[in-house]
Write a protein that binds this ligand. Structure first.
Ligand code: FES
Length: 126
């Protein structure tokens, strides 16, 4: 079990996230991809694990994100790969899963769980 402290940080309102595509969110200056799937929101790393293409504006359909460059597909809830543009064994596909972060929606607001002990020190920008 990790000893790293975690806090819940408010990101935005769920309604601020467009349906059907990802948007950028910068957390402490680092780019991530933010998306919604019905009444849930998800945050993944900001670059595709195939060839590091930015995931901004990636298509979201049925909770699956499609990278615009070569069509890799990821389950947004856990980052696992649904489609990969080339042949790869299970080990590679596991390693190439997108990093995801725990999120929750409460009263229409999206929160992400982040490392740290003080939510007010986590900078969120769009
Ligand atoms: S960089 Fe995303 S599929 Fe190739």
């Amino acid at each position: 079990m990790s000893n790293v402290e975690k806090v819940w940080v408010r990101v935005c309102n769920l309604d601020d996230i467009p349906a059907g595509k990802t948007i950028n969110v910068f957390v402490n200056g680092q780019r991530f991809a933010l998306m919604r799937c019905d009444d849930l929101a998800f945050i993944t790393q900001g670059y595709c694990t195939h060839m590091l293409f930015p995931l901004k504006d990636a298509k979201i359909e049925n909770c699956v994100m499609t990278c615009s460059l070569h069509g890799s597909q990821f389950n947004v809830s856990d980052g696992s790969i649904k489609h990969w543009p080339m042949q790869a064994n299970d080990d590679i596909l596991k390693r190439k899963a997108l990093q995801t972060f725990p999120t929750r929606v409460e009263n229409g607001a999206v929160f992400v769980q982040w490392s740290g002990s003080d939510a007010s020190k986590v900078r969120i920008k769009f």
